[in-house]
Design a protein around this ligand. Structure first.
Ligand SMILES: NC(=O)c1ccc[n+]([C@@H]2O[C@H](COP(=O)([O-])OP(=O)(O)OC[C@H]3O[C@@H](n4cnc5c(N)ncnc54)[C@H](O)[C@@H]3O)[C@@H](O)[C@H]2O)c1
Length: 257
């Protein structure tokens, strides 16, 4: 039997076929999960609806901009009408203004800092709170996406590094809150992958080059590598694992000088 057969999973963060969330959607669907995809706004909805046509089963679609008051609750109302419960939630969303993703971190503005935190870190809390009533008691799982810049200085990653540090810490606090309700919460720290968001980081190409040269596997990772790990984290194979950050980075993070 497929790893996730009979499971319902909602995925936040598909924008196009390069999105990490799309790699995750394909892996989870291949493993038998029924998928709900959300899209940030109507403009992005067309592309997401088209991609949904490539998935097996009846894909549920719902808009959700995490900065719009009431959107998260409305989104789960829509999903609740289609799913009789929720076994998995994937948080694959982040945003920072382009001007905050280059230059000196010391020049970070309050507006830029607050927006990056709201979209990239606080939203995990908001989504978990709204989803928990549909997930409890089902041995359900939450997965979010982080990056090495949460813990080490990565040139130009700046305000997003601090947002990812908050996301990783939130993963641990949420795991503690939601564990007694039968919900596990974990993060995947993915290596650099060429996506629309990633291209917003100044000189992103050099991160890709460095990883391909220095990681133990001597290659970059891709959306499928991350998708397979997400399938593991949302399945019974990881039943004793919560509050952790798993590195899907070809081993890059173990290297010293
Ligand atoms: N690409 C990489 O190198 C890399 C590496 C590690 C972690 N990540 C993380 O993976 C996740 C997915 O990013 P990606 O690289 O696939 O890029 P992407 O641009 O394909 O996805 C980012 C998503 O965030 C969504 N989003 C932004 N603002 C939003 C809002 N206000 N409300 C709802 N959704 C919003 C966008 O609609 C989009 O779907 C992010 O958390 C990112 O930080 C990316």
């Amino acid at each position: 039997m497929a790893l996730l057969s009979g499971k319902n999973v909602v995925i936040f963060g598909v924008a196009n076929k390069r999105s990490i969330a799309w790699g995750i959607a394909q892996a989870l669907n291949r493993e038998g999960a029924r998928i709900a995809l959300t899209y940030q706004n109507e403009r992005m909805g067309d592309a997401v609806k088209k991609l949904a046509g490539d998935l097996e089963g009846d894909t549920v679609l719902a808009p959700c901009d995490v900065t719009v008051e009431g959107d998260i609750e409305r989104c789960f109302e829509t999903i609740g009408k289609e799913f009789d419960g929720l076994d998995g939630l994937v948080h694959s969303i982040a945003f920072a203004k382009r001007e905050e993703l280059g230059g000196n971190f010391v020049d970070t503005s309050w507006d830029g800092y607050a927006l990056a935190q709201q979209v990239s870190a606080w939203s995990l809390i908001g989504l978990c709170r709204a989803a928990a009533p549909m997930m409890e008691g089902r041995d359900a799982g939450v997965v979010c996406l982080s990056y090495y810049g949460a813990e080490k200085v990565v040139q130009n990653y700046n305000v997003m590094g601090v947002a990812k540090a908050a996301l990783e810490s939130s993963t641990r606090y949420l795991a503690n809150d939601l564990g007694p309700r039968g919900i596990r919460v974990n993060a995947i720290s993915a290596g650099p992958i060429k996506t629309v968001s990633a291209m917003g980081v100044s000189d992103f190409g050099s991160l890709l080059d460095s990883m391909a040269q220095k990681s133990p596997l001597r290659r970059n990772v891709d959306q499928a590598d991350v998708g397979n790990t997400a399938a593991f984290l949302l399945s019974q194979l990881s039943s004793g694992l919560t509050g952790q950050v798993l590195y899907v980075d070809a081993g890059y993070s173990i290297m010293g000088v």
